[in-house]
Design a protein around this ligand. Sequence first.
Ligand SMILES: [Zn+2]
Length: 119
Amino acid sequence: MSEENGICESCGEFCSPVPVDCGIGPYEYWGATGIHKDIQMLSPCCEAEVVDGGNTLIGTTYHTARKDHADGKVKKGDYYSVSVYRYWRKDGPSWIRNFKKVIQKSRQLELHSAPLDGE
Ligand SMILES: [Zn+2]
């Protein structure tokens, strides 16, 4: 069995836990020094717990931006896709996340290979 069957509790991406030192590091207490280590198996992306779960793509829609988006990723006039994923965790709630992606002009032409009129 692979360990890559968990998702990060923070961002929901599939990942395998990696050892992360959550200790406070070198310390001094009443003149005595030491190094505090606390190794935990956490997600490499967010250092959050890796939980049983997964994600499923529900669907993708395509849009042309009518104005700049607040997140700064999509600018007015950009053609972009929104992919909706359902994330779920074993014995827990499921939640929905949207991912926006700007589609480059060259790629746009591939997607819409219909002849352009009047250009
Ligand atoms: Zn994460």
